[in-house]
Design a protein around this ligand. Sequence first.
Ligand code: IPM
Ligand code: MN
Length: 367
Amino acid sequence: MSESIQNGDKQVKSLNIAVLPGDGIGPEIVEQALNVTKAVCEKFGHKLTYEFAIVGACAIDAVGEPYPKATHDLCMKSDAVLFGAIGDPKYDNNPAAKVRPEQGLLKMRKDLGLYANIRPVTTFPSLIHKSPLRAELIDGADFMCIRELTGGMYFGRPQGRAEDGNTAYDTCVYTREEVERILHLAYKYAGQRSKKVTIVDKANVLATSRLWRQIGQEIAPQYPDIETEFMFVDNAAMRIIQWPKSFDVMVTENLFGDILTDEASVITCSLGMLPSASVGIHTSVFEPIHGSYPQATGKNIANPLATILSAALMFEYAFGMMEEGALIRAAVTASMEAGIVTEDIADSAKAYKTTEVGEWIVNYISK
Ligand code: IPM
Ligand code: MN
């Protein structure tokens, strides 16, 4: 755990983080987020220590498994994990592969007990005109999607193929305890925001969703100052696009949350803009919601902002350092206003490299 040490009058905090760049563009974007983290620590006088570990396809190549024990041990003893991305086309194109990079990410989430994935969705004034959605629909949109992360179809068993190979099955399972803890978390965050919770399910079809809805109906009266809304996931998918400003905190099961947040990134304008925080029982993990983007790997063109914004969430959620997080956000906003952005969000013909964006932000923070 992070400790405070007295250094004269100034309180120096010691932050000890695990850095897991992963695959694809992961190493490039994490490098920028780590530089930003260093700059913030320098500015505020915090002592930063960090150690790297492997995860995903690179870990399969190196040691035969995507989330090695050494990586888990490092995560467990760290105060926070900064994570890049995992995945490799050689596995995507081979459905028969026995070991897959994604299993590493899922194992990490499960073993660290990260049952809640918090994905804030906001707009940036300088990007609004780039969204395929009309400005008046999205201007001012600001909600938080809380995705359940260690249950549902991602983890339910049995999962597999019938012997003839022509029938496959996944199982969706939720327990009362899993649903209760994430709903309480949603109400906690709604209490700090605009006091509205939207519980997204498919209770008209799925048994697990009916459990979610029943528990939601039981819990809602415990939070009388917070408005509760129940919504079917198909309707929510439409409302995210048509009326995103109607949401404050949206809470949903694992697979729905995965899909709805990629959709929600359209509001921000690029998948390269959305950060996330995974929290739960052990060390929290901070990672962009986008994947490993293999087409861009090694080209120095990937947008580092989602990972840099994940570092902002790390300061806020893992260390309770709000000023530090705010400075990172201000730097990101300033970089966009100055047009120092990568090609996915660039306006003019002039797009900047991943490293140039990172360096600009570091300079802004350090000045
Ligand atoms: C995400 C990703 C992962 C998920 C993949 C890479 C397993 O899409 O974090 O949203 O589906 O959870
Ligand atoms: Mn996803």
